[in-house]
Design a protein around this ligand. Structure first.
Ligand SMILES: [Zn+2]
Ligand SMILES: [Zn+2]
Ligand SMILES: [Zn+2]
Length: 511
């Protein structure tokens, strides 16, 4: 138990994110040992607690912020005049805190949520415009595709309509290892058997590792094949496709329970490649046509993979049979009646997968995943390593054993899909600086052109910043401060969820 005075409690409360109608909930500080509790109490009662909580809230209660000391001087580019200066000495604690920026919720809840939010906006603006992307992009055909890995052996799973896992008439049938070939159970999502093979000795672990290794190449070839099919559809040479149309995409890789990566992708058809991008697509390609072409391309793609070592075999790799492609409803075009998903839905899905994927393999431990790891390591040990031959096809396999052979990025996009994460981050920093400036000077922010100004390219800057900063360490001063920041981050998440819930209820009430 942490005992605090009412004054301190009020101070903590005012330091926390905006409080809704229910402000009687205590801050959740579970399972702290005596030493950490003492640190929490010491921090709460410290004379500079206000300053600390302001600093913590500025980095969104990041669990492991970077501490910097130094200063930045901002000069006008043309006149050379000093416009403003900022230094860690201006901070009440004398240190500048910067977010850790970790994408994984297990490392930092606050930064991973920010990453998810940025990813959501990045994906959403490519669907309906905004953040510097013209809204007309919403008129261009858009497809949501899910591409899985093929089967490497039967696994336990949930079935539609509470169906049995792997029913068979001859329930006594067994594999050569004496394990049943059927499973009459009805598994639910939380069942630990889900994703585990019926027989680990029949399961083809080696092929899964090899498939995973080449999955990024399968995707690359899919985009090339799709381009060729589109050119054919539009009756132009593939080399001339760019003069009338271009493909843009955003994709996210996610681990299934069986440890196989699959891809969720948004594929959009734009008009001719122009420096600005986002031109209107040729009208002869509707979202339904594009959806059919993506499906065809995904089914056609093959990669021939060399053996990993002397006793291994060559494999012809393909995507799994369950290729799912759906048109997304975005446009007002009436000639396209069968668009299905809404833009908000797909942007939400992809952003969710983008943050989920980075954490998933380590979070879920199972005999099956351990064996997959072990297989990747054993294969890597037998292949020609990159140290001996930099061009060896599996030379770096050992370094990717922890991701079960998958060496791709978890979230990628083509250049002209929408805005970049970097631009969103820069915009946030600029916004913070503008707000701080407005607070200092008392001159209100000019909101009219603010978004465009915040998202502008670096080249448009009229000022130059000269900084000298030194790294002073990582993390809060002790476990007690970390516990406080983590608890506040969870509270901030609860408030955000409640606000979203209320907005949802309000908007459904208005309809
Ligand atoms: Zn963080
Ligand atoms: Zn089963
Ligand atoms: Zn078996």
């Amino acid at each position: 138990m942490v005992i605090v005075t009412l004054t301190t409690r009020n101070r903590v409360w005012s330091a926390l994110p905006p409080i809704g109608e229910r402000d009687d909930r205590p801050l959740d500080l579970p399972h702290l040992d005596a030493a950490t509790q003492a640190q929490v109490v010491a921090r709460l009662l410290s004379p500079d607690f206000d300053a600390w909580s302001v600093a913590a809230s500025r980095v969104g209660f990041c669990a492991k912020p970077i501490r910097l000391v130094g200063q930045s001087l901002t000069f006008d580019k043309t006149t050379g005049e000093l416009v403003r200066s900022y230094g860690s000495a201006d901070e009440p604690i004398g240190v500048t805190f910067v977010r850790c920026g970790n994408r994984r919720a297990s490392e930092c809840e606050s930064c991973s949520r920010l990453y998810a939010a940025d990813t959501f906006h990045l994906i959403r603006s490519g669907v309906i415009g905004g953040k510097g992307v013209p809204v007309t992009v919403g008129e261009n055909p858009l497809v949501f595709a899910t591409l899985t890995a093929p089967s490497f052996g039967p696994v336990h799973g949930t079935r539609p309509n509470h169906g049995r896992c792997r029913p068979r008439r001859d329930t006594g049938a067994r594999c050569q290892h004496g394990r049943p070939l059927s499973c009459m159970a009805i598994h639910d999502q939380d069942d630990s058997a889900v994703g585990q093979p019926l027989c680990p000795d029949c399961y083809d672990y080696a092929s899964q590792v090899v498939w995973q290794w080449w999955a990024p190449e399968l995707w690359r070839r899919l985009t090339i094949t799709l381009g060729r099919m589109l050119a054919h559809h539009l009756q132009v040479l593939p080399a001339h496709l760019g003069q009338i149309a271009s493909l843009q995409y955003a994709k996210v890789a996610e681990y299934q329970l069986r440890g196989a990566v699959h891809f969720h992708a948004l594929v959009r058809l734009d008009g001719p490649q122009t420096p600005d991008g986002f031109a209107p697509a040729p009208t002869s390609v509707t979202a339904s046509v594009l959806s059919a072409l993506v499906k065809q391309a995904a089914e056609a793609v093959r990669v021939t993979a060399d053996p990993v070592h002397l006793d291994d075999v060559a494999r012809v790799l393909a995507f799994g049979a369950q290729v799912d492609t759906r048109p997304v409803r975005t446009s007002s075009r009436t000639d396209d009646p069968d668009r299905e998903l809404t833009p908000e839905q797909v942007a939400g899905y992809l952003a969710k997968y983008a943050t989920k994927s980075a954490t998933d393999t380590e979070a879920k431990d199972s005999t099956h995943l351990r064996r997959l790891h072990a297989t990747a390591r054993a294969m890597a040990a037998r292949t020609v390593s990159a140290d001996d031959d930099p061009r060896a096809p599996y030379g770096l396999l050992g370094r990717w054993a922890h991701t079960l052979g998958f060496r791709g990025h978890f979230a990628t996009k083509s250049r002209r899909y929408s805005v970049t994460l970097g631009a969103l981050r820069r915009a946030r920093q600029r916004a913070q600086a503008r707000i701080a400036e407005a607070n200092r000077s008392g001159i209100p922010l000019d909101l009219r052109a603010l978004e465009a100004e915040l998202l502008a390219e670096e080249a448009d800057e009229t000022t130059i910043v000269i900084g000298s900063w030194a790294y002073a360490g990582t993390g809060w001063a002790n476990d007690g401060e970390t516990a406080l920041a983590t608890a506040a981050a969870s509270r901030a998440r609860e408030y955000a969820q409640e606000r979203a819930q209320r907005r949802k209820q309000q908007s459904s009430g208005e309809k």
